[in-house]
Design a binder for this molecule. Structure first.
Ligand code: CA
Length: 227
């Protein structure tokens, strides 16, 4: 069955190009030029496998849409990729915090867009299987046994380091803001600070040895594992 993608974008030229290319690659696409129209589609019972969301929209903007989407249980499962201008850094951060899964800055190539779309659709499938095993770039993790290894070498990780590495390994290329990381950590009953996240990242890099560069800093946004 074809995956159905909703494009929310008010610039006709971009929307039509994206739609054309996705359809050429076997996806089914619907399009709205406002967040309000998209919400109406959902109210009418439409369902999608992925949403491409322009941040700067007339009327309700993309971050507000993310906030509403996240508050609604039935929509929360659908991955969102934000389409943004580079100057919208603060909006990118709040979009990620309010539930978007990834973002692409304009102008973007159709090849990059296609790769990101496929990655999101794949990671959605994997997380619904809720496997205890995850791996990327030769890093292997088993959450059931709290094990992380590179080849035959076991990594000795703290609870925070383990959870952060698991987030990264389950979604290579996805950017996590510090706040998103903090929300994901259990914190052992005490609050996790920005500083604690930075320290855990620094220690993780050390422990990854020659794979340290895999953990990338996305300036002004957060961290990610290389794709
Ligand atoms: Ca726009």
């Amino acid at each position: 069955m074809k995956k159905h993608i909703l494009i929310i974008e008010d610039e006709d030229a971009i929307a039509e190009l994206v739609k054309f290319n996705l359809e050429k690659n076997g996806f089914e696409c619907s399009r709205t030029d406002s967040a309000e129209a998209a919400l109406k589609l959902f109210e009418g019972g439409a369902s999608f496998d992925l949403i491409l969301l322009d941040l700067m929209l007339t009327g309700m903007d993309g971050t507000d849409f993310c906030r509403i989407y996240r508050a609604d249980k039935s929509l929360r499962q659908i991955p969102i990729i934000m389409l943004t201008a580079r100057s919208e850094e603060a909006d990118i951060v709040s979009g990620l915090e309010f539930g978007a899964n990834d973002y692409i800055t304009k102008p973007f190539s159709q090849r990059v867009l296609l790769a990101r779309v496929r990655a999101q659709l794949r990671s959605g499938q994997e997380s619904s299987q809720a496997s205890s095993k995850a791996g990327a770039h030769g890093i292997e993790m088993d959450t059931e046994f709290h094990e992380a290894r590179i080849g035959s070498k076991a990594l000795e990780l703290t609870a925070n380091e383990f959870e952060i590495l698991e987030m990264f390994v389950r979604a290579p290329g996805r950017v996590f803001s510090r706040d998103a990381i903090i929300k994901n950590l259990h914190g052992d009953g005490y609050p996790v600070t920005d500083r604690a996240v930075d320290v855990a990242i620094a220690n993780l890099r050390k422990k990854l040895g020659n794979k340290a560069d895999l953990i990338e800093t996305v300036r002004g946004v957060g961290y990610r594992l290389a794709k």
